[in-house]
Design a protein around this ligand. Structure first.
Ligand code: HEC
Length: 214
């Protein structure tokens, strides 16, 4: 019985899983969904490191109560470059799938430093070390290579310019913070810059107006 049940489950598994992995056209794609930039990748890794996924989901469900609060519901094609996915299963805080472009960069800076100063009564913990610590970009070339092996279409040789690309984007984010009055020595080298770049990207691939925040 045990053996037969195992075989039956295996057959079911093979029929369901194999076509999904093997047949390219089964993967839903959206033309405007592009891979993360190197700086956003670094921010995403920080999001994983800090366990933000424990309190925030990244999936807007197709219900009116959700779309009115968060915006367009999530499509499966939006997640194809998410490795690992960060859908989350708990919302102590709001969903973040569409947070990109919702606030200015300086909002996120101040919110990460002291959430209560921006959202009175917030129970989100502060992350002051992101503002203190320098961002390490050393692993970016390896990350780009690994993701390419897994199918993310970074052009051949992109890993060689990944660090320079991240630095350029970091300077743009720091420039916007400066305009809002946030000045600090070496601000463009801090971890918070990557975190902001990642948050501002979330959900914007199918929300063209917010692209301006890149
Ligand atoms: C203990 C749970 C908890 C953790 C961990 C947490 N948050 Fe939050 N977060 C909240 C709560 C609650 C709110 C709503 C109140 C507020 O705005 O601070 C929130 C709000 C936010 C918002 C504003 C969302 C919006 O649409 O207004 C962002 C952005 C955010 N969090 C990012 C992060 C990031 C990035 C991390 C990880 C570095 C993180 N959070 C970790 C609980 C958490």
């Amino acid at each position: 019985m045990l053996l037969l049940a195992t075989i039956a489950i295996l057959i079911g598994g093979i029929i369901e899983i194999f076509p999904m992995v093997m047949i390219e056209s089964n993967v839903p794609r959206i033309e405007s969904v592009k891979p993360y930039t190197p700086l956003e990748l670094a921010g995403r890794d920080m999001y994983i490191r800090e366990g933000c996924v424990g309190c925030h989901s990244q999936m807007v469900r197709p219900f009116r109560s959700e779309t009115e609060r968060y915006g367009e519901y999530s499509k499966s094609g939006e997640y194809i470059y998410d490795r690992p996915f960060l859908w989350g299963s708990k919302r102590t805080g709001p969903d973040l799938q569409r947070v990109g472009g919702k606030y200015p960069d300086s909002w996120h800076f101040n919110h990460m430093l002291e959430p209560q100063s921006i959202s009175p009564g917030s129970i989100m913990p502060p992350y002051p070390w992101m503002i203190r610590d320098e961002l390490s970009l050393d692993l970016l070339p390896k990350k780009i290579k690994a993701l390419r092996t897994l199918g993310t279409p970074y052009p051949e040789g992109y890993e060689q310019i990944a660090i320079a690309d991240a630095q350029k984007q970091a300077e743009r984010v720091a420039g916007r913070l400066k305009k809002d009055g946030i000045e600090m020595d070496g601000l463009e080298k801090k971890e918070i810059i990557a975190m902001i770049a990642y948050l501002q990207r979330l959900g914007t691939d199918i929300k063209p107006k917010a692209q301006a925040t890149k």
